[in-house]
Structures are given as structure tokens and as C-alpha cells.
Design a protein around this ligand. Structure first.
Ligand SMILES: *Cc1c(COP(=O)(O)O)cnc(C)c1O
Length: 404
């Protein structure tokens, strides 16, 4: 289902009603195709607008409320997510998440994945501590166990694949069950991107993204967005943004839209790199476990193959040798970037439990790899030498140390 309401493209060419997402990433949110108009939307730098008297509907007044630079990006992400309403851009992924979490009433019930972005889980804990919200943590890969916890829920929060464990949720099944239990469903689609998974098509009420990651794609902006097909929920999100001042700067939104133009190319390349690296890691003698839904024996493979259009580009890696070996891998890479965050063109990695706030059920030796768009053989050569070095005992390294 494509969106006439987001299709400057569809409206103005007349012949492109059914564009694919790879094309929409390039075309959505462009200015109208009129003679002399710019091909890209302008960046408007103004905190206020000429205005007097009673403001007309939609009239721009003040940039915390609305500004022209947001709409092209909000429309483009909505088109990619098959939303019938425009998206609502926020100053960060967490600001978008906080806005959606405001749908949980004080004393309400919130279901969250046991593994998810750690600040999302921290936010849920804060709702429990300060607003009397009952927070229930579930294993989203266990459909029956999750469904058993949905009764009385106000909001079911799903992340899939989960950060950093790569558990895959059966989104259509969980969304149907959550709606039957009377709950709203929000899906953090940051890992998958709308090219790989479209939760709104499966019936989710809201999708959020850390735009910081794949949508912007170049590790140069922090930004978030929430998208819904409900006009009511969208107006609540806009009102939240205005009340809390959780707004995005125009330059960041413009950069994100520029990054979005190459989303399909980046995701295709990153995914094919990730699948190949996962396959090679699974056969590597220094590797104890590798998680990527592309692997035929991965616990998430069946559900991912059935419900997603790809497998994403994040890999979970546990080397032999525990936490020390994991740290050694991160220290030994030259091309891969040791850093938090993910979804940039550059490949990066980190041991997640280096953060005291990471879930204690995440293994100490889990290294999360964000696979980028570099050449596969360069990526593999660097990772392979780092893994080999991680297995070398101190004695071996002493032997190779040049000395008298
Ligand atoms: C990074 C991330 C967030 C938070 O987004 P920010 O832009 O850093 O605020 C939320 N969810 C997931 C899955 C993330 O990876």
C-alpha cells in the first residue's frame, strides 16, 4: 500500500502510483516538480514567522511547533513505513521513544522485551519508579510466553531483531494478540529499517526509529522519528513534541534526508556483507557462537525468513576465551571501528557488557558487530586477524615479541 498523501512524487508524475521502497527512498519528500523549483528541500533557519491576528490552520508560527524543514523527512519516512499519516521527527531516538511511552497511563501496564536498547529499558524502569507503571519483561522470540503476558497491557513495546541479542519476534502474531488484549503496539524498527520490515503493515500502532542509525546512516547526526497511521496518535505525538520541546534542528533533519536517499544501497550492501561474515564466522575456529538470522540454524531464522524481507546487518559474536578474548578482538581490529552505535557506512563493534547498564542476561563475551558497506574481503581480513590474535596465549605473544 503506497501513500498518495506522501507522494509529491506520485501526485506530480501521475504514472508512478506503485513505487518500490528503493525508489521511494530517492523520491519521497521532494519539492513539487515545477519549473525553476529546487530538486531538494531547502533548510529554513528561522525561529519565528511573519504572523499577526488569529493564526490560520497549519500556519507556521514558531519553530518549536513546526518548521518547513521537518515535513520532507517526515513524509519520506512515512512513505517507506507505509504510514497514512506523516511522521513526527524528534531530537533523538530516545525523545521519540519517550513520546510513545507517554501513551502508558500512570499505574498502567507496559510489556517490554527482556533484551532491548538499554536506555529504552531504563526508561521503562523510570516509568515504574516514578509513575507506578507495572513493567513486564518478556522474551519476544517466545511467542506463546509473550502472549501469556499481554492481558491488561496498555502498551506492548517490541524491538525486533532485539539489541543486542538478535532475537526475532513474530510481529504479526504478537501484534494481533496484543490488539486482542486491548493494548497498543509500538515497534522499534531501528535494526531492521523499513526496507526489511514494516510493522505498520502488520498492524502495529506506532513505529519508532533511532534515525541516528541506518536512516541517516553516516554517524553524523542524532535524531529520532515516530510514525503512525492513526491521526489521533500522530496528533498526540506532535503535541508531546511541542510540550516537551523535544525538537530536531533543521540541519540534522536535512542531513538525515540526504542520508536516507541511499538507504536501499546501504542496507543491501550491509546485509549481504553481514550474511557472508556471519557464514564465515560460524566456521571460524576462534568463534564459540555467532548470531545472525540469516544463518539456517539461527534460532531466529525461521521467523525472520517468514516475516521479514531480509536479515539485517547486525551480528552477535561470542569468541572462545570469554570476556578477555572479546576485549582482545575489539582491541585488535584496525579497519572495524571500536565504538558504540550502529547503522553507519563504517563497520563498528563493541562488547556490550562493558556498560554496567546492559542486561545481565546478555553474555559478558558478546561482541555486537554493525556491518557497514566496505569491501567484504577487507572486512573479513581484519576480523579474521583480530580473532586469531584473540586466541593467542600470552606465551605465544611473548614468543613473537622481538627481543635479544
Ligand atoms: C540507538 C538506539 C535507540 C536510541 O536512539 P538515539 O537516537 O540514540 O536516542 C533506540 N533504539 C535502538 C534499537 C537503538 O539502536
Amino acid at each position: 500500500m503506497k501513500n498518495a498523501s506522501h507522494g509529491d512524487t506520485a501526485d506530480t508524475t501521475g504514472t508512478v502510483a506503485d513505487l518500490t521502497r528503493a525508489t521511494l527512498a530517492v523520491t519521497a519528500g521532494r519539492p513539487a516538480r515545477t519549473q525553476g523549483a529546487p530538486v531538494n528541500p531547502p533548510v529554513v533557519l528561522s525561529s519565528t514567522y511573519h504572523s499577526e491576528g488569529t493564526p490560520g490552520p497549519g500556519e507556521k508560527l514558531y519553530t518549536r511547533i513546526d518548521t518547513e524543514t521537518w515535513a520532507p523527512f517526515e513524509d519520506a519516512v512515512a512513505a517507506l513505513e507505509s504510514a497514512s499519516e506523516s511522521g513526527v521527527v524528534f531530537g533523538s531516538g530516545m525523545a521519540a521513544i519517550a513520546a510513545v511511552m507517554s501513551f502508558v497511563p500512570d499505574g498502567g501496564r507496559l510489556v517490554v522485551p527482556r533484551h532491548a536498547y538499554q536506555v529504552t529499558l531504563g526508561f521503562a524502569d523510570d516509568l515504574a519508579a516514578r509513575h507506578g507503571v507495572t513493567v513486564v519483561r518478556v522474551d519476544v522470540a517466545d511467542t506463546a510466553a509473550t502472549i501469556a503476558q499481554l492481558e491488561g497491557a496498555d502498551l506492548v513495546w517490541i524491538e525486533s531483531p532485539t539489541n543486542p541479542m538478535l532475537e526475532v519476534a513474530d510481529l504479526p502474531a504478537l501484534i494481533d494478540a496484543a490488539h486482542a488484549a486491548g493494548a497498543l503496539v509500538a515497534v522499534d524498527n531501528t535494526f531492521a529499517t523499513p526496507l526489511v520490515q514494516r510493522p505498520l503493515e502488520a498492524g502495529a500502532d506506532v513505529v519508532v526509529h533511532s534515525v541516528t542509525k541506518y536512516l541517516a546512516g553516516h554517524s553524523d547526526v542524532v535524531l529520532g522519528i515516530a510514525v503512525s497511521s492513526s491521526a489521533h496518535l500522530t496528533s498526540l505525538l506532535r503535541a508531546y513534541r511541542t510540550l516537551h520541546g523535544a525538537i530536531a534542528g533543521p540541519w540534522e533533519v536535512w542531513l538525515a534526508l540526504r542520508g536516507l536517499r541511499t538507504l536501499a544501497l546501504r542496507v543491501e550492501r550491509a546485509q549481504s556483507n553481514a550474511a557472508e561474515i556471519a557464514r564465515r564466522l560460524a566456521a571460524h575456529p576462534a568463534v564459540a557462537e555467532v548470531r545472525h538470522p540469516s544463518l539456517p540454524d539461527d534460532p531466529g531464522h525461521e521467523v525472520a525468513a517468514r516475516t521479514m524481507d531480509g536479515f539485517g546487518a547486525i551480528i552477535g559474536l561470542r569468541p572462545h576465551g570469554g570476556r578477555e578474548a572479546a576485549d582482545a578482538v575489539v582491541q585488535a581490529v584496525h579497519l572495524w571501528v571500536p565504538a558504540t552505535s550502529l547503522g553507519g557506512v563504517e563497520s563498528s563493534l563493541e562488547r556490550r557488557r562493558r556498560f554496567a547498564t546492559e542486561s545481565l542476561t546478555v553474555p559478558e563475551d558478546l561482541v555486537r558487530l554493525s556491518v557497514g558497506v566496505e569491501d567484504i574481503d577487507d572486512l573479513w581480513a581484519d576480523l579474521d586477524q583480530a580473532l586469531v590474535r584473540s586466541t593467542q596465549t600470552p606465551q605465544t605473544s611473548a614468543e613473537t615479541t622481538p627481543d635479544a
